[in-house]
Design a protein. Structure first.
Length: 420
DNA sequence: TCTGGGGTCCTAGGACCC
DNA sequence: TCTGGGGTCCTAGGACCC
């Protein structure tokens, strides 16, 4: 059997752990640039605030204090996620961390499913302060559905088990196709047009038809909903295939000299991610794009692939390559809204056999990068950076409602006033 | 005025090779 | 009217996930 543990309203819950005054109040977390809502507490959901709502539409609620809004604080969420996953792994030896707030895990057949799920909920929530729910079922896709029920209906007390056909069929009849894991917006609307409204309708379609319409991925979903497991736990983390760092700008930018520092920062960000994963880049691709919400303005998406002569994770080499490509692809007279750098080809230098043409590794460069990472780790990201990465220009994003780094910065650690 | 960021997988079609 | 067949690799685009 498969289990799925999912944190409830994860980002909003993280904001609440160290700020008990927020309990019972509607809390939302905003995307970068404080653009739109990306997480909501239960109270915010019941106010009818939809995912993706632009923040300006909530201006009145936020200003009046009826809703508390936060800029996204990914350092905090990342650290809380690590804690939650560690707690889960104390009870589930075989766990696959699927996203920042979810993990699948193996559930032994010999165990009492419901009590095992309850034990996990108690342990993880109790020690981390983050509420979690657990779904248990014979396939990952069904475990997702079980988890959904665990969250949605209080009577389950955060644990729902689908372990026989009656429960499975009943759950499928209550699940809209759009809520199935693996069925996105496009296919959901196509299916609806065909009269397929629930997951139960979906499993009654002929398998071949599903395959034709939705490729092997849809076919797997169909099998999984029928109780046949075909998506396994991924226990060893596969090597990354792509690394990307990108941001929208605080304001639109047209000038090449204003775009350069953004590309420098994103290239440096990619290099740091490569080093953190002990990987190297073989090629990269900076990109620029205009504001797609402004159809009145000329639109473009520019990108340029740059092969690197040898695998590297040296910030200076990667930045130089990205800037060279920027100069080549740049076109004036467009108002750019977003820039980024994608590492398009990644190699693992340990696993990879050195070939004849590989440059010998540069020990001094490795030491320098190691030192930069160590300083930034200790004193905060961006403490040491290239001078080309100016942070006082227009491209820097807005984060006006950021909570403290409660768990990762000694200066932000919580203070408790016990009185005299 | 204001609308996120970071990934994966599959398929079709073109280029190229023998 | 004739102008092979089969294979691999790469890329762009679509769809999905959180």
């Amino acid at each position: 059997m498969f289990g799925l543990m999912d944190c409830n309203n994860f980002y909003a819950s993280c904001e609440r752990v160290f700020n008990p005054a927020l309990r019972g109040r509607p809390v939302v977390v905003l995307s970068n640039n404080d653009g739109c809502v990306i997480a909501r507490s239960a109270e915010a959901k019941s106010l009818g605030i939809a995912m993706g709502t632009p923040a300006f539409q909530l201006r009145n609620l936020i200003d009046s204090g009826d809703v508390v809004a936060f800029s996204s604080n990914y350092r905090l969420y990342g650290d809380m996620s690590r804690r939650v996953m560690t707690l889960l792994q104390q009870l589930a030896a075989q766990a696959e961390i699927y996203s920042i707030d979810e993990a699948f895990f193996h559930v032994p057949d010999s165990i009492h499913y419901k009590s095992y799920g309850e034990q996990i909920v108690r342990h993880v929530s109790g020690a981390s302060g983050i509420p979690v729910s657990v779904g248990i079922a014979p396939t990952k896709t069904l475990a997702k559905i079980a988890n959904h029920f665990a969250k949605r209906y209080p009577a389950y007390h955060r644990v729902c088990v689908i372990d026989d056909d009656d429960k499975r069929i009943a759950a499928l009849k209550m699940t809209p196709v759009a809520d199935i894991w693996g069925v996105g917006r496009r296919h959901a609307s196509k299916l609806k047009n065909m009269g397929v409204h629930t997951a139960y309708d979906f499993i009654n379609l002929p398998r071949a038809q599903v395959r034709k319409m939705m490729t092997v991925i849809g076919e797997k979903t169909w099998c999984e909903l029928n109780g046949v497991a075909c998506i396994d736990l991924e226990l060893d983390t596969p090597d990354k295939k792509q690394i990307c760092t990108s941001r929208s700008f605080g304001q639109m930018v047209s000038d090449l000299d204003e775009l350069r520092p953004a590309i420098v920062a994103h290239a440096a960000g990619c290099a740091a991610k490569l080093r953190a994963n002990k990987l190297c880049a073989m090629s990269l691709m900076p990109f620029l794009c205009t504001n797609r919400f402004r159809p009145d303005l000329p639109q473009c998406y520019l990108s340029q692939m740059v092969p690197l002569s040898a695998p590297t994770n040296d910030t200076r080499v990667i930045v130089r390559a990205a800037l060279g490509a920027l100069d080549e692809m740049y076109r004036p007279k467009f108002l750019y809204k977003k820039a980024g750098v994608i590492i398009t080809e990644i190699v693992n230098p340990v696993r990879r056999q050195l070939d004849l043409f590989d440059a010998p590794t540069d020990a001094r460069a490795d030491k320098l990068m190691f030192a930069i990472d160590a300083v930034n780790q200790k004193f905060g990201r961006g403490t040491l950076r290239l001078s080309a990465e100016m942070t006082d220009s227009k491209w820097v994003m807005h984060r006006g409602m950021l909570s403290p780094q409660y768990t990762t910065d000694i200066n932000d650690i919580i203070e408790i006033n016990c009185g005299a």
